[in-house]
Ligand binder design. Structure first.
Ligand code: NDP
Length: 610
C-alpha cells in the first residue's frame, strides 16, 4: 500500500492514531505540570499595569460579590443588572475588565470563534465587531464597553485577589478576604474564575536553571521583545528565541516571532491541526440587515452544528462547522444505500477532515521532512483545532527551526537553553506557550480556599470528586455559585455557556433578593441525583471532545479521562443543547426544585417579601 492509499484506509489510520497516542501517554497525567508558585510565581506577575493602585482596605457589605472580571463576571453583572440588582461588586486580579483578553495580549492573539457569536450581548450593547474573527485588542475594548454599559465599574476592585472566603452561619453572609486587606460581606458570591486562568509550566527537568529571559504567552513581555500585538518585535533582531508548545497560543504568535527573531526554535510535542483562517471585515450591509434576536439564533445554530445536530442552514460556515458538514454529507451518502453506522460515518468524516488538514501542511511547507513532522495524527476534536494562514509557511523561513520531540517533550532545560535528543539548543529567551491548568483541583485553580457552613472547606468536600446541582451550587456552600464547565456543559463557544449559566443564576439570585430569602442551599438528594447523572453520562462528554482514547491533552484529562474523579469533573454527557434545555425547564417549572430556602428576618437586612 502506498502512503496515499494508507491515508484512506481506516484500519491503517486507526493504528497510526493509536501509536501516536501511546507515545504520548504518561502516568503522571496532570502532575507533569509545575504549579506557578514559589520560585515560579513571577510567571503570573501582571506586565500590563500602567500604574499601581494604592487604596486603604475596604470593609463593607454588598448583595452580590462577583469574583472575576472576564466575560463570566461581566455577563453575570449584566444579567444581574437586568434582574434589578444594583448592589454588586466585581473583584478582579487584573488592572481592568477582560479576563482572558486582559492577559492574552501576545502578538497575533485573536479569537478563533466567530466574533458575532463570541462577543456576548452585542444586540443589548448595540455593537458590531469589526471582523469575522476579532483581534484581542478589540475584545479587550469590548469587555470594557460591557463594563461601562452595565455600570460595572461602580464598586469594581481591580488589582485585587481574593485570598479566601468563609460562610458566617450567624450572619448568613460570605466574608470575602483579599490580598489588599479587604473584608467584604456578601449575601451571594458568584465565582467566574475562568476555565483557563492559571498559566501552567511544563515539568521539564531543570525548569528553574535557565539563566536567560523567559515568560509565559499570557504575560507577554513587550519590554523585552519590543513591538506590540500587531507585531514588529524589533528588540528580538539579535535574539535566539525558543517557543515551547504548539497549541492555539503558539500557532498565533510564532509567525510574528519568526518574522522578528534572529533565530527561532519551535519545540513541538504534538502538532496542532491548523485549518484555514479566512478572516474578513464585517460587511456593513449584512450587519444592518440583521433582524432582532439574530445573535441568539446564530449562537444556537453554531452550537447545534458543532454538537452534531443537523441544522437547516450553516449560518457561521467556518472550520468548526465544516467537519459537521462533512459528516452530514457522509450520512446522506450512507443513507442512500440503506446502511448507516453512525459512529463509523463520523469516524470516516473525521479521517476526511484530518486528511485535508494534513495535505494543507504539504501545500504550505516546502521541506517534506518538516512537513511530515507538522502533521497531526489524531481525530479532530481530540485537541482544540486551530485556524491560521501564516503559521505553517513560517517554517519556510531560514531562521526558523522546528525541533520535534517525537511526542516526548523537551528532555531538559539548562542554564543556556533546551536539550532534545542529546542536542542542546542555546537561546537568549524562552517563551512558554504551554497553556493553562484545567484538570487540577478547583481551589488550586481559583487560588483561594472556600470555607463553607459547618466549618468544612470545598477542598475537603470535593476530595473524592466534585458534587453539585447543575454544576453551579454545592451543598454546605449556601449562596455560593460556580461558573465552570465541570458538571455543566461543554460548547466550543464558551460565552454561550456563560450566557446560559448567568441567565440561570440571575434568575435564582434575583428571586432570592426579591423575596427576602437569606440562604439558598442545595438539598442532598438533588445534589446526589445530579452527580449520579454526570457519572452515568460522564464518558459521553469526553466522547464529544474526541474521546478517552484520544491523544492526551486537557480535553481528556491528559489521557486519564476514565479515572473516577475525572468522570465526575466531566461536563454533562448529554451535550450542551440538552443541558441548556434542562436549565430552561427547571426555571419554567418555577418551583426551584432541589433548593432549600431560608427566609430572612428584618434583622439580617433581607428585602421584604412581596
Ligand atoms: P495548550 O494547552 O493548547 O498547549 C500547550 C502546548 O504546550 C501543547 O502544544 C503541549 O504539547 C505543549 N507542552 C506541554 N508540555 C510540554 C513539554 N514538556 N515539552 C514540550 N511541549 C510541551 O495551550 P494554549 O495556550 O496554546 O491554548 C490553551 C487554550 O486556550 C486553547 O486550547 C484554547 O481553548 C484557548 N485559546 C484560544 C485561542 C483562540 O480562540 N484563538 C487562542 C489561544 C488559546 P501537547 O499537545 O503534547 O500536550
Amino acid at each position: 500500500m502506498n502512503p496515499k492509499e494508507a491515508l484512506l484506509d481506516p484500519d491503517v489510520m486507526r493504528e497510526r492514531y493509536r501509536v501516536e497516542r501511546d507515545k504520548r501517554l504518561r502516568v503522571d497525567g496532570n502532575d507533569q505540570y509545575v504549579d506557578v508558585v514559589g520560585p515560579f510565581a513571577h510567571y503570573t506577575d501582571d506586565p500590563y499595569i500602567e500604574s499601581g493602585i494604592d487604596r486603604p482596605p475596604l470593609v463593607d457589605e454588598v448583595d452580590v460579590v462577583i469574583i472575576g472580571g472576564g466575560f463570566g463576571g461581566l455577563q453575570m453583572g449584566a444579567r444581574l443588572r437586568d434582574a434589578g440588582v444594583e448592589d454588586l461588586r466585581i473583584i478582579e486580579k487584573g488592572g481592568d475588565f477582560g479576563g482572558t483578553w486582559y492577559w492574552n495580549r501576545y502578538p497575533g492573539a485573536q479569537c478563533d470563534i466567530e466574533s458575532y457569536i463570541y462577543l456576548p450581548l452585542l444586540e443589548e450593547v448595540g455593537y458590531m465587531p469589526r471582523e469575522k474573527y476579532s483581534h484581542a485588542r478589540e475584545i479587550l475594548d469590548y469587555s470594557q464597553r460591557l463594563g461601562r454599559h452595565y455600570r460595572l465599574y461602580d464598586g469594581a476592585l481591580f488589582q485585587t485577589e481574593v485570598t479566601g472566603m468563609s460562610w458566617d452561619d450567624q450572619l448568613s453572609r460570605w466574608i470575602v478576604d483579599t490580598n489588599r486587606g479587604d473584608s467584604l460581606r456578601a449575601r451571594f458570591v458568584a465565582m467566574a474564575n475562568g476555565p483557563l486562568n492559571r498559566p501552567k509550566l511544563p515539568g521539564i527537568p531543570g525548569l528553574g536553571d535557565f539563566a536567560g529571559h523567559s515568560f509565559h504567552t499570557s504575560r507577554w513581555d513587550y519590554e523585552y521583545t519590543g513591538g506590540g500585538p500587531d507585531g514588529d518585535l524589533d528588540r528580538l533582531a539579535d535574539k535566539r528565541v525558543a517557543v515551547i508548545g504548539t497549541g492555539a497560543s503558539a500557532i498565533q504568535c510564532v509567525p510574528f516571532l519568526g518574522e522578528a527573531a534572529e533565530h527561532l526554535y519551535v519545540f513541538q510535542r504534538t502538532p496542532s491541526s491548523v485549518d484555514v483562517r479566512g478572516n474578513q471585515p464585517t460587511e456593513p450591509g449584512w450587519a444592518a440587515g440583521l433582524d432582532p434576536g439574530w445573535q441568539k439564533q446564530r449562537m444556537e445554530n453554531f452550537n447545534g452544528l458543532v454538537s452534531g445536530l443537523p441544522q437547516p442552514e450553516d449560518l457561521v460556515d467556518d472550520g468548526w462547522t465544516d467537519l459537521i458538514g462533512k459528516m452530514i454529507r457522509r450520512f446522506r451518502e450512507a443513507s442512500a444505500d440503506g446502511s448507516v453506522d453512525i459512529p463509523e460515518v463520523m469516524e470516516l468524516a473525521n479521517f476526511d477532515k484530518m486528511n485535508e488538514i494534513r495535505s494543507r501542511v504539504d501545500d504550505l511547507v516546502e521541506d517534506p521532512e518538516v512537513a511530515e513532522k507538522l502533521k497531526p495524527y489524531y481525530q479532530m476534536f481530540c485537541k482544540r483545532p486551530t485556524f491560521n494562514d501564516e503559521y505553517l509557511p513560517t517554517f519556510n523561513r531560514p531562521n526558523v527551526e522546528l525541533v520535534d520531540t517525537d511526542g516526548k517533550g523537551v528532555d531538559r532545560i539548562t542554564e543556556r537553553g533546551l536539550v532534545v535528543a542529546g542536542v542542546e539548543h542555546e537561546v537568549d529567551c524562552m517563551i512558554f506557550a504551554t497553556g493553562f491548568e484545567v484538570g487540577t483541583p478547583y481551589v488550586r485553580r481559583a487560588g483561594y480556599e472556600i470555607l463553607g457552613s459547618r466549618g468544612r472547606t470545598l477542598s475537603e468536600k470535593w476530595t473524592d470528586g466534585m458534587a453539585t446541582l447543575h454544576g453551579m451550587q454545592s451543598r454546605g456552600f449556601p449562596n455560593c455559585f460556580f461558573m465552570q464547565i465541570s458538571q455543566t456543559a461543554f460548547t466550543a463557544n464558551f460565552p454561550h455557556l456563560l450566557e446560559e449559566l448567568t441567565t440561570h443564576l440571575s434568575h435564582i439570585i434575583g428571586h432570592a433578593l426579591d423575596r427576602g430569602i437569606s440562604t439558598i442551599e442545595v438539598s442532598q438528594d438533588a445534589e446526589d441525583a445530579w452527580v449520579a447523572t454526570i457519572r452515568e453520562k460522564g464518558l459521553g462528554a469526553m466522547g464529544a471532545l474526541g474521546g478517552a482514547d484520544c491523544t492526551p491533552g486537557y480535553y481528556n484529562n491528559e489521557g486519564q479521562a476514565r479515572e473516577p474523579g475525572s468522570i465526575q469533573a466531566a461536563p454533562y454527557g448529554g451535550g450542551s443543547i440538552e443541558f441548556f434545555r434542562i436549565l430552561q425547564q427547571w426555571r419554567d417549572d418555577g418551583d426551584f426544585a432541589g433548593l432549600e430556602f431560608t427566609h430572612s428576618s428584618t434583622k439580617d437586612g433581607g428585602r421584604p417579601p412581596e
